[in-house]
Design a protein around this ligand. Structure first.
Ligand code: ADP
Ligand code: DP6
Ligand code: CO
Length: 328
């Protein structure tokens, strides 16, 4: 009745941006990400007949009622599948900043899905685990696998064909992802809220939908032939289009801050000096810079010279979900 799992975050190269079904977390478009070695969550779940409710501790602290409810709603999905009605004590440690645009919801919900299904005795394969993790946070479905991963949006209304599939192993292509943490205020619009407002109101959302499939096919082509320039060029364009949709929303919003632009400009200047570097940005001000490992030190040095840069986390493609032995 007790299990521990570890899952890593992922950074989307082609963004998931919009839901066609909010309750089941079904996306409007397919997406593709790299699972990262540096950032992860470790979660232990113990179901117990004596528990009257779920109890969730994040980094040693019991979370507030709103967060608690999210966890219970997610565990209800697993309880229903398992046909059991027991509550759990959950301890989770984030080795990643929480809710700061570093994809803690991806590693957090993937680790919880893996630990909870195992603890409750529900035998699931990776595909099913990916579908379950998706119900907690869309991006979490991709963190079940390591390396380069596609979340296929699926066509069905019940979501049984909406899950992640591994595209390329981590060890097949080593790229550097620099997670650049800026001096920044916390994000005001959570990903969930931001994508909903965009789908509901953005006059630019159609442009996103019309072009995202083509971006995805170019990324898959670039992965197949390991063409970094082809990959980086389309990854940057895709991120810019996603962020453009937020400007066309009502009320409009923008995740970027001044430091975000400073990093974007530095990346452009590196490229004009012949170094292949490209940026991508999730729902927050922090920037992720992609480069080849041979250029890593030079790119880090250039970014470190910017006043807005607080810290750079050097990431590479990392592993999928693993189970950790638990004591007792
Ligand atoms: P991020 O950029 O960190 O993914 P989101 O707004 O998408 O930000 O998600 C943050 C939310 O993810 C948190 O408010 C919490 O509900 C959930 N979350 C983060 N870490 C964990 C964890 N370890 N276990 C369960 N849920 C988590
Ligand atoms: C911009 O997976 O955090 O990072 O499904 O509502 O939990 P919910 O949202 P989440 O959204 C991630 C959005 C993104 C792009 C991406 O990771 O693909
Ligand atoms: Co998230």
């Amino acid at each position: 009745m007790k299990a521990t799992a570890k899952a890593h975050t992922n950074i989307a190269l082609i963004k998931y941006w919009g839901k066609r079904n909010e309750a089941l977390i079904l996306p409007t478009n397919s997406s593709l990400s790299i699972t990262l070695d540096k950032f992860y969550t470790t979660t232990t779940v113990e179901f117990n007949k004596e528990q009257a409710t779920d109890e969730f501790y994040l980094d040693g602290q019991q979370v507030n009622e709103k967060e608690q409810k999210k966890i219970t709603k997610f565990l209800d999905v697993i309880r229903k599948l398992a046909g059991k009605q027991e509550y759990a004590i959950i301890h989770s440690i984030n080795n990643v900043p929480t809710a700061a645009g570093f994809a803690s919801s991806a590693s957090g919900l993937a680790a919880l899905a893996a630990a909870a299904t195992k603890a409750i005795g529900l035998a699931v394969d990776r595909r099913m685990l990916s579908q379950i993790a998706r119900r907690g946070s869309g991006s979490a479905c991709r963190s079940i696998y390591g390396g380069y991963v596609e979340w296929q949006k699926g066509e069905k209304s019940d979501g049984t064909d909406s899950y992640a599939v591994p595209i390329l192993d981590a060890k097949e292509w080593d790229l550097t992802v620099l997670s650049v943490m800026l001096e920044s205020k916390p994000k005001k619009v959570l990903s969930r809220e931001g994508m909903k407002r965009t789908v509901d109101t953005s006059v630019f959302y159609d442009g996103w939908l019309q072009s995202v499939d083509n971006d995805l096919s170019i990324v898959k082509q670039a992965l197949a032939v390991k063409d970094f320039e082809m990959l980086g060029t389309v990854v940057e364009k895709n991120a810019l289009k996603m962020h453009a949709t937020t400007l066309g929303a009502d009320p409009p919003f923008l995740y970027w801050q001044s430091g975000t632009l400073e990093v974007m400009e530095e990346v452009a200047s590196l490229r004009s000096n012949g170094i292949q570097a490209y940026f991508t940005i999730d729902a927050g001000p922090n920037v992720k810079v992609l480069c080849e490992p041979k250029d890593e030190q030079q790119v880090i040095a250039a970014l470190n010279s910017l006043v807005a840069v607080r810290e750079i986390f050097v990431c590479h493609p990392g592993p999928g979900v693993t189970y950790v032995p638990t004591s007792s």
